[in-house]
Ligand binder design. Sequence first.
Ligand SMILES: NC(=O)c1ccc[n+]([C@@H]2O[C@H](COP(=O)([O-])OP(=O)(O)OC[C@H]3O[C@@H](n4cnc5c(N)ncnc54)[C@H](OP(=O)(O)O)[C@@H]3O)[C@@H](O)[C@H]2O)c1
Length: 333
Amino acid sequence: MKALVLKKYGGNEALEIRNLPEPAMRSDEVLVEVHAAALNFVDIKIRNGNMRPMLNYDLPLVLGNDVAGKVLRVGARVTRFKPGDEVYGSVDKKRMGAFAEYAAVAETDLALKPRNLSFVEAVSLALNALTVHQALNGIAHAKPGQRVFIKAGSGGVGTLAIQYAKAIGLEVATTTSTGNVEWVRSLGADHVLDYKKEKFENVFRDFDIALDSVDNDNPARAVQILKRGGHLIALAGPPDAKFAREFGLNPLFQFVCYLLSFRETWISEWAGVNYSFLFIKPSGQQLAELGELFENNKIKPVIDRVFPFAEFRQAFEYLEAGRAKGKVVLSIR
Ligand SMILES: NC(=O)c1ccc[n+]([C@@H]2O[C@H](COP(=O)([O-])OP(=O)(O)OC[C@H]3O[C@@H](n4cnc5c(N)ncnc54)[C@H](OP(=O)(O)O)[C@@H]3O)[C@@H](O)[C@H]2O)c1
């Protein structure tokens, strides 16, 4: 099978398509004939080696976290899927392998593909739908009527977060650049601020939740717009000590995470706000629960570009430029 392999940590020159044997399937896994795979920023961070303190891979490695395709075979202990089922999911980061013609995926990471969506559409939802669900429900326990600030409403996370927040009855404020303001409003945001013209902390007040998914921008800025008892949830870092403990990092890295997040944790505590770093956990069960929102068009896929598998380098470059409006997807077959 053709598979996108990371040879060594680095830039796009470290990636190549190779012919490999089909992946060995464990008894709790299914073998998926991959039709589409979504690109995520974490793929770039893994390629660069930035995730090494958390995820120590043996190279060469087949990349890819988000997968959609048809079940070809199932392991002896698999109970929820059968050959021919159309599935999608975000796979365990310790396993990966979605950028390939076949992927072995734990059945617990997969859900049946919503009937109204193509493979490309379904795969575009997987990681980010789980992320916003785990942030707004799992961490913040959001309730209808509450107010959420979503930084970067035009990105892969932001486009999903706006739609999900509206679907569960939240009031949504977001930021984007001048050219995207009306487009982001059309996704359902109640308040849209052009971050090129104004600072959100000078305009917004009294929010219950802030979701920050912008790299290299201080997440603690959002503390100023949150109520006491509110939640600041950071997706792009810095990781905190609680996350490091739960993720099973050794005491040295737990301490490093404590230091990395000291500013955010301290400023949040001082303002009576809860700071959390979220690292998405795969869950086919949660995707199945979200399926109704997808089938009822309450959440629609927002896809910026679909690249053929052979053009993976262009796809990585496009996402890495940081201007994507929604998701970037690889069409595998
Ligand atoms: N921890 C987790 O579990 C988890 C899960 C998902 C994602 N993430 C992380 O979240 C981050 C974002 O991911 P993504 O897929 O959403 O990225 P993305 O799609 O590449 O984000 C690009 C978008 O960000 C917007 N943007 C850039 N700088 C901005 C700023 N200062 N203010 C407002 N908008 C800005 C751009 O809009 P303009 O062109 O208008 O500037 C563009 O539309 C990445 O670091 C990713 O690793 C983490």
